[in-house]
Design a protein around this ligand. Sequence first.
Ligand SMILES: *Cc1c(COP(=O)(O)O)cnc(C)c1O
Length: 432
Amino acid sequence: MHYVSTRDSEGAGAVTLSEAIHRGLAPDGGLFVPRAMPRLSIEDFEGANDPAEIAAVLLAPFFDGDPLAAELPAICAETFTFPLPVLELDGGPAVLELFHGPTAAFKDVGARFLAACTQRLEADADGPLTILVATSGDTGSAVAAAFHHRPGIEVVILFPAGLVSARQAQLLSCWDDNVRSFSVDGAFDDCQRMVKAAFADADITATRRLSSANSINIGRLLPQMVYYAMASLRAARQGQPPPGFIIPSGNLGNAFACLMTREVGLPVGEIVLATNANLTVAEYMDSGDWRPRVSVPTLASAMDVGDPSNMERVFWRYRDHAGVSDAFGAVSIDDAAIRETISAGPARWHQVWCPHTATAVRAWERMPAADQARGWVLVATAHPAKFDDIVEPLIGEPVPVPAEMQRLLSLPARAETLPPDPGALRARLLSV
Ligand SMILES: *Cc1c(COP(=O)(O)O)cnc(C)c1O
């Protein structure tokens, strides 16, 4: 299997998966996509039950011919160490819980897989690799946890002070050894500007090999197909029709993984993207006009995206408005509706929702009964304890904290404060 850029219609710059993972972004600025979509059937998964086994079968064609192919089962075993349960709500939809990993959001899956691949690709490299991450929340902590203690790889995280929840800040700051975090006195855009300046700085790149771990990396996208495959196989094995999925979406990485799972031939029904008050995707579905814009802040902050990067992959695959509308639907859920859904969750469903998951719940609750009856899986992207400051006042009681999060919350915070100035990061990167 080779990977091409979304902007390279001739496929002239095709690379191996290892190369695509290593580069992150294609040289022409496009995103890497598989040159051809492999086809699989339910029978291929006979005997595969737990997530690591399903992952090894599902991802084998994507690793075909790659130097990492022989390592794939080990990479999957290292990634899928936590449960990905499907819950049936009484008289309602199913919920696919993706938040039982170390940092309590679905981004643990992609980050752990990327770390397992990167460490193997780095085995013969000369000198350590520095992974630079600007983050506004869940990505940074997932990447930190995934790369912590991996030899030969250093992680440097920048996050905007005061613009992430207190617990998110702690999950970004609690690391030691090969992970350093900086709390930047500025906005997410300042963090991103500082990272970009470091990549463009010849003095820094002369002394360090730099890499990023952002969500457009194909090494984060592929493993996210695994839980959709799992949930769809589960339905098929129970004799149910292909389930639809409602996915809380921002940059559309998680949604694109679901689309790919259906493209390879697994029984996935309709796909609905639940977005927040950032209207770019929902308006496009209605109007056919693609109008990226500046993001607006919402309660579902990990989805505050006005120009979703994975839309480029969507256009590559489905071409135009007719093709895209055939492939999936999208709805927008505002903060008032998110609040109501969280407040009503304990009485209506015996569930506490995080603000992101609440958008999917609301999207389902809003459907006419005939549509609801088709059989849906709601994707729960984060644990509500991560957003206790929003959730607890709405439900009027504390949210129990998962054991691993409790452990991370009890560690000393080690982030160093930086001014929003590329020179400050430069000095830190050049001094050690
Ligand atoms: C990142 C994130 C999302 C959005 O996922 P995309 O792949 O960017 O669409 C949704 N919910 C949570 C909790 C997240 O961290």
